[in-house]
Design a protein around this ligand. Sequence first.
Ligand code: FAD
Ligand code: NA7
Length: 443
Amino acid sequence: MTKVAIIGAGPCGLSMLRSFEQAEKKGNKIPEIVCFEKQDDWGGLWNYSWRTGSDQYGDPVPNSMYRYLWSNGPKECLEFADYSFDEHFGHPIPSFPPRAVLYDYIIGRAKKGNLKDKIKFNTRVINTIYKNDKFEVSYQDKANDKIVRDVFDYVVVSTGHFSVPYIPEYDGMKSFPGRIMHSHDFRDAEEFREKNVIVLGSSYSAEDVALQCKKYGAKSVTIGYRHNPMGFKWPKGMKEVYHLDRLEGKKAIFKDGTEQEADVIILCSGYLHYFPFLDEELKLKTGNRLYPPKLYKGVVWQKNHKLLYLGMQDQFHTFNMFDCQAWFARDIIMKKIEIPNDDDIDKDINKWVSMEEKLENPDQMIDFQTEYTKELHAMSDYPKIDFELIRKHFKEWEHHKVEDILTYRNKSFSSPVTGSIAPIHHTPWENAMDDSMETFLNK
Ligand code: FAD
Ligand code: NA7
């Protein structure tokens, strides 16, 4: 019998498990599956942890999410086609839920099947090699500190790529008298009340961590961009300036001449695609981009078609794109989709990569990833979902952010699955201090 290893039980790993479960429900014989998850529960980054650094077994903590994190895009854009928000909550809910609500939704679908039986928790994959047409996977049972080896026909890598921080160094850091940290270790903005905060970066983490700090009472927030500013209309007490040059004592000195007293530096400088558990020839090496090369249809490892990667792209689309990838990967494993010859694979990858390299603005990037997701969607029996509506929502959302970065989360969108319109949340995001599910769902 074909044996499949799935590494990681975050949203991508759960999509993979769900895809097999759905095939089985339709009467197909599915392979033997083992999913390895190094945390003690499922949900990946959405499973909040107070921990930073390493866990009680000495294993690096993968979580990068923090308290008070609210969805950074409309929930309608990530809705599962086979499990709507209306089905989970019993009624329409607002478009930008906090983390706990999205976590509940992800887990709600997973609980509907017997997916947990297939997951080995507290189990970290430490090595994967390919020999004699099989994968030899070594994993550590963390609680008992035991190493075990098993052999598989296919490996699905669904370990995420926002867990291992990229940490640059600037002059003066060694003698800075305050705190220097990466957004990976950011947990609670309350910590920075009355502090002068410097945030470095110009992408999602910089935007949200900076706004969180302001919302929860930081004295000042100064964002240092390296190439392009985010350019939003920042509220009073926040500013965006050009590139940190150096720190001198407590002072942050930027290349545009700005000088700012600093208590804390938060590096929102992104993450590394880091796969120490894969043999060199199996390892994807890429930056955070919309079409990492060497992956056919963004999923199949070009040099070994039995190795499948999920969710390795930079992401506008998330959960339903992961589903489309998982359904596609499942059908490759179950031989319902035939992989073309090497030349055609190469041409297909090059076509997407060269299109990606020409993208100039967020609207074009949204179009690109929507086209990619639609193409995958058409290749499997993943249920119907309106990707044209999702494309439109993403573009509106981008424009809402440009209009007002403080109010974009107060808007409402319609579901691409049920068509229902989200109600407006009872409290504007700027004033909503409590991120619990109970308070959010309270009408
Ligand atoms: P992850 O969620 O990272 O899950 C990977 C899993 O693999 C983890 O559980 C990890 O423990 C496990 N794992 C890793 N290595 C091993 C190993 N060697 N052995 C066994 N298990 C292993 N997306 C949105 O749609 N909306 C948002 O608002 C949003 N906010 C975000 C905020 C932050 C701060 C970050 C970092 C990301 C955010 N994202 C958001 C994007 C996020 O990447 C996806 O939503 C999603 O979590 C990706 O799922 P994944 O399964 O690929 O990875
Ligand atoms: P991203 O989206 O990969 O962005 C990384 C950012 O880090 C980007 O703006 C980079 O700027 C910046 N960067 C990298 N190196 C430096 C240095 N040396 N100095 C200053 N800035 C630097 O990661 P995020 O953490 O923002 O987002 C990850 C996910 O979290 C995302 O999918 C969201 O859903 C939430 P550059 O553009 O290269 O100048």
